[in-house]
Structures are given as structure tokens and as C-alpha cells.
Write a protein that binds this ligand. Structure first.
Ligand code: G3H
Ligand code: 13P
Ligand code: ZN
Length: 330
């Protein structure tokens, strides 16, 4: 058993309390390789932002959980070396079983999500409570989820949103003891968050998605005043990145994300954690495609992964400074 405290990591408790008071959200950036981790830390040190390093079960399988643990430990030291001891959380994204959450806690994770959102309500409560009871013994914080996002969430594909039911949130939070709650108000995972027929088009022909359900968010806030709320599926799918990918041989079609102004608005509320993965994937792919297409003789991975890391850093800095408002809050 390794405690996250020995690794220099923190849980989400203080971070979220400050974020709600301050009207900003903490970035939760997914990572599974070194360049992503370096870009996240460089961006958050440079903007002085607290950060959540987020590991999905797919990432854990891809990179190996021991390696990821040491990378997070390395991230703490790297931030100090870059000159700023920013608060860093190591968080399990979409944990789907008690055993997985327990294993991550034993490995040094400081926060876990138990995602029982696809289960019947009472089963979601029972599973979430079991994880909370275990995690709290080690001062590890727990995120639960109520409501189902449309799109692909782990291996489960949902055709339509099942918005979070405000009348359930008090019961869920009090019976499980979770530290934060992920809700469904119209965000969605991946780069194709909405079908073109669900969107309108602006004057430039760009797809405009239906607005987030701020009315549901308000109802939830009314029932759980000051309680930390989490938004998944919050990539904005930058169209310049999509255009570069497609210019250099890619085929990312009808990609549409959540407009940044709406995320900025949400960050001012009790939403204090915003999950971003797909935007990083797009930036990295765009950079790699551009280098490989314009410098076909290049075969040193550092020559395309280096620019990919720079593009990622720029993207993450933009999120902290102009979307989430977390810059300067470390
Ligand atoms: O919510 C899902 C995250 O974007 C992680 O995706 O399971 O492909 O690593 P992944
Ligand atoms: P995106 O696919 O919108 O980046 O969402 C990521 C996410 O919610 C990870 O849990
Ligand atoms: Zn998610």
C-alpha cells in the first residue's frame, strides 16, 4: 500500500472548495503517455493552475498502472523542478468496479471515480457507498455519477442523454457520502458529441450544438448548495485542429464539441471539475500529421512527438486561462 501523500499528491477536497468559492473549475486532463504528462505539467506550472491528472481504465491497460503511478510521482517532482509546487491530484476516471478503485487507491491514487451511472439507482448507490467507505479510510476522495451522457462512455454507448434528475441528487449524495457528483446536462464524450441533425449551422456552415441544460444545473445547485459538481465530456473540439487533421489525410467528420463560452459559464457555478480528453487527442494528432506530411523524410519520434507536446501545452494553457479560469489559482 502506497499513500498518495508520500508521493506529494493531494486529494480533491480543498481544491474543490476553493474552486466553488472562486468561481472557476479545475482541469481534469486525461493522460496515458509521457508527452501528455509533460505538456499538462508545463502548462499548469506556467499558468499556475491546480490540476487533476486523470487515468481511465483503458489508459491503465495501455500504459500499465505501475508506470502511470511513477509518472504521476514524476509529475510532482517535475513541477517543482519547473519552479512551482502546484497541487496535483491523481484520479481514476470512470472506475467500473470496487476492485479497480481499491487497486488504484493502494497504488497511490488520491481520488477515484466510481461510475455506477449505468446501473439501476439502488445498485449505483450500493456500489458507490462501498467505494466511499473504503476510500475515506485513506483520505481518498470519491466522485460518483448520476445520469447518463450520450455518446461513448467507456465501453458503453448511449444513444440519448439521460439527464440527471435533480430530485435524486440529495438522496444519492447523502446515502453514498461521495465528495463530488458528475452530472448529465448535455455534454457528451468523444469528438462527435452530436449528430449533425441535432445541430444548427452558423453563417460559416459550422455545426452549432444544442445548448447545455443550465436549468437542470441550477436545480441541482439549489438542492445541493456548495456541493462539488463535475462535467464529463467537455471537450470543445477545436475546428482548426480538425481542419489540420483532415488536410493531412485524416477523416474526422462532423466533429462537434461543447462551446467554450458555455464551459466558462458552467465553471462559474458549482461545477468545479471539467474533464477534457478528446481535445488533447485532436491537438496531438493534428501536430503529428502535419509534421509527417510536411517532412516526409523525418523518422525520429522526437521530431513529431516534440511538436505534439508543444501543441498540447498551448491547448492546456488556453483551457486554464480562458475557459476554466483556473490560471493563477495554484
Ligand atoms: O471518458 C473517457 C475518457 O475520454 C477516456 O477514454 O477509455 O479511451 O481512455 P479511454
Ligand atoms: P471528452 O471526450 O469530451 O474530452 O471527455 C473526456 C471525459 O469526460 C473523460 O472522463
Ligand atoms: Zn468521462
Amino acid at each position: 500500500m502506497v499513500s498518495y501523500k508520500e508521493l506529494g499528491l493531494v486529494n480533491t477536497r480543498d481544491m474543490f472548495a476553493k474552486a466553488i468559492k472562486g468561481g472557476y473549475a479545475i482541469p481534469a486532463f486525461n493522460f496515458n503517455n509521457m508527452e501528455q504528462m509533460q505538456a499538462i505539467i508545463q502548462a499548469c506550472v506556467e499558468t499556475s493552475s491546480p490540476v487533476i491528472l486523470q487515468v481511465s481504465s483503458g489508459a491503465r491497460k495501455y500504459a500499465n498502472q505501475t508506470i502511470l503511478r511513477y509518472m504521476a510521482q514524476g509529475a510532482v517532482e517535475y513541477a517543482k523542478e519547473l519552479g512551482k509546487n502546484i497541487p496535483i491530484v491523481l484520479h481514476l476516471d470512470h472506475g467500473d468496479s470496487f476492485e479497480l478503485c481499491k487497486s488504484c487507491i493502494e497504488m497511490g491514487f488520491s481520488s477515484v471515480m466510481i461510475d455506477g451511472s449505468h446501473l439501476p439507482y439502488e445498485e449505483n448507490i450500493a456500489l458507490t457507498k462501498k467505494v466511499v467507505d473504503y476510500a475515506h479510510q485513506y483520505d481518498v476522495t470519491v466522485e460518483g455519477e448520476l445520469g447518463v451522457l450520450a455518446g461513448i462512455e467507456d465501453d458503453v454507448k448511449a444513444e440519448h442523454h439521460t439527464y440527471t434528475e435533480p430530485d435524486q441528487v440529495v438522496d444519492f449524495v447523502s446515502r453514498t457520502g461521495v465528495d463530488s457528483l458528475a452530472i448529465s446536462i448535455g455534454t457528451s464524450h468523444g469528438a462527435n458529441k452530436f449528430k449533425p441533425e441535432q445541430c444548427t449551422r452558423n453563417a460559416d456552415g459550422i455545426l452549432v450544438p444544442p445548448p447545455l441544460r443550465f436549468d437542470i444545473l441550477k436545480e441541482i445547485e439549489k438542492r445541493l448548495p456548495g456541493f462539488p459538481i463535475v462535467l464529463h465530456g467537455s471537450s470543445s473540439v477545436p475546428q482548426d485542429m480538425v481542419a489540420i487533421i483532415n488536410k493531412y489525410g485524416g477523416a474526422v467528420k462532423d466533429a462537434v464539441g461543447i462551446p467554450e463560452e458555455q464551459l466558462r459559464e458552467a465553471a462559474k457555478s458549482a461545477v468545479c471539475k471539467i474533464n477534457i480528453d478528446s481535445d488533447g487527442r485532436l491537438a496531438m494528432t493534428a501536430a503529428v500529421r502535419e509534421v509527417l506530411a510536411t517532412k516526409p523524410a523525418e523518422f525520429d519520434p522526437r521530431k513529431y512527438l516534440g511538436p505534439a507536446r508543444d501543441w498540447l501545452k498551448k491547448l492546456y494553457m488556453h483551457k486554464c486561462e480562458s475557459v476554466l479560469g483556473s490560471a493563477g489559482k495554484a
